[in-house]
Write a protein of this length. Structure first.
Length: 121
């Protein structure tokens, strides 16, 4: 028999990690398509998605699908592709940092829970 210990905070952090992972995957997709004629870079509004995720946790709903859209305002090359390796590199670094922060927060939350469980010992 397995027992799952979850808190509101751990649920929120799990959603944050899911979004950081989704951002990294989108960035990787953009990088993989850098030479695809006509390809438009895809992105997501991380803050809006996180607000939605927090609402879902509050209302005990499952996670919704991340809203992805073409990024506006990028300069397209003559072949119609608007992916910038510099921009995507920065996005990947940001996604990796967000993920590392999320893991550290989750580790801290689980340590808090374990400390509470063992407080009487």
């Amino acid at each position: 028999m397995s027992m799952e210990i979850a808190t509101r905070m751990s649920d929120e952090i799990a959603r944050y990690l899911d979004l950081a992972s989704a951002k990294a995957k989108l960035t990787a997709t953009n990088m993989a398509n850098i030479d695809t004629p006509g390809y438009r870079a895809l992105g997501m509004d991380f803050e809006a998605e996180m607000r939605e995720a927090l609402t879902e946790v509050d209302e005990a709903r499952g996670p919704s699908k991340v809203r992805v859209k073409a990024v506006d305002g990028l300069i397209a090359r003559p072949d119609g592709n608007d992916v910038s390796l510099d921009r995507e590199g920065l996005n990947m670094a940001e996604a990796q940092l967000q993920f590392k922060v999320g893991v550290a927060l989750l580790r801290q939350e689980y340590q808090r829970v374990m400390d509470a469980i063992h407080a009487d010992k």
